[in-house]
Design a protein around this ligand. Sequence first.
Ligand SMILES: Cc1cc2nc3c(=O)[nH]c(=O)nc-3n(C[C@H](O)[C@H](O)[C@H](O)COP(=O)(O)OP(=O)(O)OC[C@H]3O[C@@H](n4cnc5c(N)ncnc54)[C@H](O)[C@@H]3O)c2cc1C
Length: 431
Amino acid sequence: MRDVEHTPMREHMPPVVVVGAGAAGMMAAISAARRGAQVVLVEPNEKVGRKLYITGKGRCNVTNHCGLEALMAAIPRNGKFLYSALSRFGSQEAMAFFEDLGVKLKVERGNRVFPVSDKAADIIDALFFELRRLGVELRRDRVTGLQVEDHRVVGVTTRQQPQGIPASWVIVATGGASYPRTGSTGDGYQLAQQVGHQVVMPRGSLVPLESPDPCCGQMQGLALRNVVMRVKNKKGKVVYQEMGELLFTHFGLSGPLVLSASAHMNFERDHYTVHIDLKPALDEGKLDTRLVRDLTERANQNMGNALGGLLPQSMIPVVVRRAGISLDTKAHDLRKEQRRSLLETMKNFTVDISGPRPVEEAIVTAGGVKVGEVDPKTMASKKVEGLSFAGEVLNVDAYTGGFNLQIAWATGWVAGEAAAEQQEKKDGAAV
Ligand SMILES: Cc1cc2nc3c(=O)[nH]c(=O)nc-3n(C[C@H](O)[C@H](O)[C@H](O)COP(=O)(O)OP(=O)(O)OC[C@H]3O[C@@H](n4cnc5c(N)ncnc54)[C@H](O)[C@@H]3O)c2cc1C
């Protein structure tokens, strides 16, 4: 591991207080401490980075190995706001940061970056030991409010210190409202509102989808691999198209394709239908030839059984009924137009979507602190002095592929840097 330089600590100053030891908060604390700031990091969980443990199915897709343009293209909402932070601390910088801390990284399909060990714990340990090396004080506590004097944040109140912890600067990095059992319970929204910030209604992104269609419940547990999923809005425009895996559940649809698609949907303004091509490798001509062959081979079977070579068992009755065919029709009795209808259903199996699952079940939270009220260069509040925001608490979110953590690293980094500079200025003024 390379020894990362840092400025000696300004111990006589009130600390920079970072609220939340998730990805953004730990990065902000490290960034500020490396610039000489005395830092207190407040986190109610016993261990830091609890959500990080479950990222990338425990492997932590730490960033995406790509340039600034590709990063921007992966951020559907408020990407422009992040331009400055991502130019300063992009994926190259994030990778160098972790490699300098001794974590070996590898790049996988879709430029997704993971630790070579496939262990999210290695990312957390690297952050934790760096916090320790830099002398960042970790306090196990929950921040309950911001203390403001003359339009300036001067400290935070906590469960254990209701009288407050004085601060030269406060960075709110409390995350969104998704997976609340990891600690991200949306506290940052109230902290922001308390000092006059607007919060865009939090909602889930990268989230399963609900459907009123009873077919989903009938096929509950069925995972379809290598299907093409298109999502069309009410005007019939395709807003998402990809090949991959989806899952039928008791409430609707889930699985990687569905989670990714949800980031392209806005249920406040539109409604959507999912169109699944169950046989994307076969064009209509080839699928018809295949149907004829299978139905000829199983001529004496009824339709409830005859499609076993083409469809998963739990899907056959649903598809056959949807094609307007009775399940006890014998394969040899199937008329040409019925076969056509079967083919069309297989190439375009539709599922109406009524909305997303609750934000608690989402991988990320869309919505949050309004970015127009935050300086994109420093993450500092434009409403009140002495305060900044980092990570998912902001109204930003991205597609899957390591982009959401990249946002946390970048905003944390610049927020920490700016807070340390402010502390230094105050220090200079005090001398
Ligand atoms: C299952 C799952 C898998 C994911 N996989 C990936 C992935 O592989 N790659 C990727 O890029 N993204 C992934 N994400 C998204 C990513 O984890 C988040 O975008 C990221 O963790 C956000 O970082 P954050 O620091 O802003 O918030 P968080 O990581 O949520 O951290 C917020 C912290 O603040 C603390 N806190 C909350 N309230 C208070 C308070 N009042 N006082 C003090 N502390 C408080 C919380 O306890 C928590 O530790 C995944 C998310 C989930 C749920």
